[in-house]
Write a protein that binds this ligand. Structure first.
Ligand code: GLU
Length: 434
């Protein structure tokens, strides 16, 4: 039975590294009909915070991960004591008075056997051998009564029946210490799989600037959870055949720990944005509307303009060109505001050529159309150009500027059609006035 755990400490937000670890554990559990456990390592009371715990959980949920069991180390303190006492009783550990002033408790310390070689059989890295001469005696229980990380980790991984320990390779140096403890207790040793480091694009560790960003910030940037999930998978794994778009279901079918790369992964924001654009393009419009509604409802638009069916039509016009959800209100605001504002290039387009006469004529022609579909609108517009012996660029750009306040956007006649007769007339009238 595959049982894996994600074991964050609630001393900071969940970011790229932690969520990648969670994703690999989750996918591996699903791929093997196993159990994914959330274990909160909150024994550092001074640094653990409720707000981090909430953020970690809501980010996991946002990314679409569920867990079947949940534990808090802070509720298991007696258990760690009990297990440390077992090693004391076996003569494998000793007590030591605290050298800290005012602390009266005794620490429990594990005697590391000398001249032993510890072999880690890592499913990703292969075999790693460490000489115990390099390992100092290990604190199990600190003099304040709290367990040390390595000790609590071993006791929990054993009691929780963890079959595979999948975590970042920053823990490789802890693994031999943990294996020694498994041996001291006589516990079976689980499989280990250490995930390679994630570097920033310019090399070096991830920094705030290069992606050490809280998952909640990616959400705020308008990244889709499925796109981020896909991106996290690609940070040291690939489904092969140069495939990059791999959703959770495909990943569950194909994932093998043995096919995780050992070489460091690189966090690349541009690639994440590209993936996001692919997910936006392929997204079901109804689902996209549900994600976009909260984004646009904060923009102060007239609520009458936010009818769901209408928003859906606008979304369909833009979804193939968006990189983030936040692009949508930036680009499509002219569909939702009552009075548009003109950007600089649009103002220039309107100044370059006096289109007042043409706008007046188009206004009249458009208002007579019974069918306001893009095809009919375009035909009518082309007929007008022919009549007046005009080039399409003479009028197409000013018309877009007058109706949208911008010089770029989706197909003009789709825009005109969706804006509708009333808004188009109003805006042409206003453009003529100014
Ligand atoms: N709390 C540890 C961390 O966040 C867990 C490490 C482990 O998975 O064993 O790094």
């Amino acid at each position: 039975m595959v049982r894996v755990r994600f074991a964050p400490s609630p001393t900071g937000f969940l970011h790229i590294g932690g969520s990648r670890t969670a994703v690999f554990n989750w996918v591996f559990a699903k791929a093997n009909n196993g159990v994914f456990i959330l274990r909160i390592e909150d024994t550092d009371a001074a640094r653990s915070q409720e707000q981090y715990l909430d953020e970690i959980k809501s980010s996991l949920t946002w990314l679409g991960m569920d867990w079947q069991e949940e534990y808090f180390q802070s509720q298991r303190i007696d258990l760690y004591k009990e297990y440390a006492n077992k090693l004391l009783a076996k003569g494998l550990a000793y007590e030591q008075d605290s050298n800290k002033e005012g602390v009266t408790g005794k620490a429990i310390i594990y005697k590391v056997p000398k001249e032993r070689k510890i072999k880690i059989k890592d499913l990703i890295y292969g075999d790693i051998e460490i000489d115990t001469a390099e390992i100092k005696d290990q604190v199990l229980i600190k003099s304040d009564g709290m367990p040390a990380y390595n000790f609590a980790c071993v006791v929990d991984d054993h009691l929780m029946n963890i079959s595979h320990i999948i975590r970042g390779d920053d823990h490789i140096s802890n693994t031999p210490k943990q294996i020694l403890l498994y041996e001291a207790f006589g516990f079976p040793i689980p499989y280990f799989a250490h995930l390679p480091l994630i570097l920033g694009k310019a090399g070096g560790r991830l920094s705030k600037r290069t992606g050490a960003t809280a998952i909640s910030e990616f959400k705020a940037m308008g990244i889709l959870p499925d796109a981020l999930f896909n991106y996290l998978l690609l940070l040291s794994w690939s489904p092969g055949e140069n495939i990059e778009l791999v959703d959770r279901f495909a990943a569950i079918k194909k994932f093998k720990l043995e096919s995780v790369n050992k070489t460091a992964a690189t966090f690349d924001m541009d690639k994440l944005l590209w993936l996001n654009s692919q997910y936006l393009k392929n997204a079901d419009a109804d689902k996209l509307v549900d994600l976009i509604m909260p984004v646009i409802s904060q923009k102060g638009y007239n609520p009458q303009n936010l009818n769901k069916e209408y928003v859906k039509k606008v979304v369909k016009l833009f979804q193939a060109r968006m990189n983030t959800l936040n692009d949508f209100p930036d680009w499509a605001d002219f569909f939702f505001v009552d009075e548009i504002s003109f950007d600089e290039p649009a103002r220039n387009k309107l100044k370059n050529r006096d289109c007042r006469e043409d706008f007046k004529n188009l206004l009249e022609r458009f208002s007579k159309l019974e069918d306001f579909s893009p095809q009919i609108l375009e035909k009518d517009f082309r007929d007008y150009l022919l009549e007046k012996n005009l080039q399409s660029r003479d009028l197409i750009h000013p018309l877009r500027a007058a109706l949208t306040g911008k010089t770029i956007g989706p197909g003009l006649f789709e825009v005109v059609s969706l804006l509708g007769k009333e808004k188009v007339s109003q805006r042409l009238r206003r453009a003529i006035e100014i």
